[in-house]
Design a protein. Structure first.
Length: 272
């Protein structure tokens, strides 16, 4: 990496994500409960989501006071440096609430509105995934030891592809998503539902999934994971010709991406 700013941003994101991951893993109260709800009664926030975001924004603000923020739990500021941090302090909150291991800390950095750094910390896996624009994707810890480059899987035919998805918290949207899954299942090897968009995107990058799609994501859900998947050789997007966004996010190995995206378009798996 030759750009000193990108090197600085990556180091800070890795440090902040690790600190938040330790807080969430080791500081989880035995009587953890719901602090608030968002889009519906099942879309929850815990006190730990809020604490982790405060830790991350405080850490980054001390070191780069001119930077802006966009965070799931309310952090929002324009900044003056041209750098903005996009933060999901706890992706997979419901998993975390129930004591399931699939949750992560996701931190991305944008420079002049372009995503340039992504870090996803998965504490219960003891794995960290990271990427810098144009520099490839890597993971360390867990199955990756001191570190290894990530590469998406060679593309199988769509009917042999393992694909993950997620479900919205609004009842009528979930019902429509279930209809889409019902049609998809016979056309794929199988479908998984992990509960963390950030981890699903990293699993595409790592070759643990052939593809992933989801409707209704927010910028903080996909910012880091989308960059990591792309830098590992995966293709990402939304509806045909569009970037991944809240209407639809698709990530897959080349060869799986186009037929999966086309099928999702045919099934209306998106929203405007």
């Amino acid at each position: 990496m030759t750009d000193p700013l990108l090197s600085e941003l990556l180091d800070l994101a890795l440090d902040a994500a690790h600190r938040a991951g330790v807080l969430l893993r080791d500081g989880r109260p035995a009587d953890l409960g719901v602090a608030a709800t968002k889009s519906s009664p099942v879309d929850v926030v815990t006190e730990m989501d809020i604490a982790a975001e405060k830790l991350i924004t405080g850490f980054l603000s001390e070191r780069r006071p001119g930077d802006g923020f966009l965070g799931e739990e309310g952090a929002s500021s324009e900044g003056s440096s041209g750098v903005r941090w996009v933060i999901d302090p706890l992706d997979g909150t419901v998993n975390y609430l129930y004591g399931l291991p699939t949750w992560a800390v996701s931190i991305a950095a944008e420079r002049d509105s372009e995503r340039v750094v992504g870090v996803v910390e998965a504490p219960m896996r003891r794995e960290t995934y990271h990427a810098v624009l144009g520099g490839g994707a890597y993971a360390k810890g867990g199955a990756y030891g001191d570190g290894a480059a990530l590469r998406c899987r060679p593309a199988p035919p769509l009917d042999q592809a393992l694909v993950s998805t997620g479900f919205n918290y609004v009842a009528d949207v979930r019902a429509h998503q279930a209809d889409v899954v019902r049609v998809l299942i016979p056309r794929l090897r199988d479908i998984r539902r992990g509960g963390s968009a950030a981890i699903d995107l990293c699993d595409v990058a790592a070759g643990r999934l052939d593809g992933y799609y989801e409707r209704g994501l927010h910028p903080w859900d996909l910012a880091a994971g989308d960059l990591i998947a792309r830098e590992a050789g995966a293709l990402t997007g939304g509806r045909p010709g569009a970037a991944a966004d809240g209407g639809l996010t698709v990530a897959a190995s080349p060869g799986v991406f186009e037929p999966l995206q086309s099928l999702l378009e045919e099934l209306g798996a998106w929203h405007d």
